[in-house]
Design a protein. Sequence first.
Length: 215
Amino acid sequence: MICALVLAAGRARRMGAQKLLLPIGDRPAIARIVDEVLAGPVAEVVVVVGTDGGRIADALAGRRVTLVANPDPAGEMLSSVRCGLRAMPEACTAALVVLGDQPSLTAGLVAALAGAHRATGRGLVVPTYRGRRGHPLLVAMRYREEVLRGYDDVGLRGLLRAHPQDVGEVETGVPGVVEDMDVPDDYRRAAAGPADGPPPDTDPRGPRSQGGNHP
């Protein structure tokens, strides 16, 4: 089964406020993102939190998620990925690694990535926009131990580089897959109206195997 791992442990220093709690429409950004994930074909959702875990938990109250605390929230993103992978249920066969500050995410994109994984058997599936790789990234659990042990200096980019033959790309036509919210201008653009864009391209032949930049 496919599960999701939502990264929500960052301190958001460049934003000047906890960006995951800023409103996008009628909900905090993190709630909007998690709601889209839950609406997609995923069986379990793990949210990795840091020092603002209590506030994130309040924003996600009533939702079917498991919260996991990262003991090193000031560390690199890979530390949160590892926390989430360790918390995945045994029956999970792939984890969708979702950024908690990517409010353009849609359930349709979640479904497109999951569908590409199931259709092609590729263990690493990434969305692209005009050939540029973005997020979320689907990672088969057969890579779990590899991620737990390696790639300290390069993160998940290193995993993609190590296994190019197992990488599938889904061209989306959606610029939001290569965007997130880091600074106030990013938030203002997102709050003005999330650009969901057209439905992702779900060519029945499956995603391309290589090409584009790493996320």
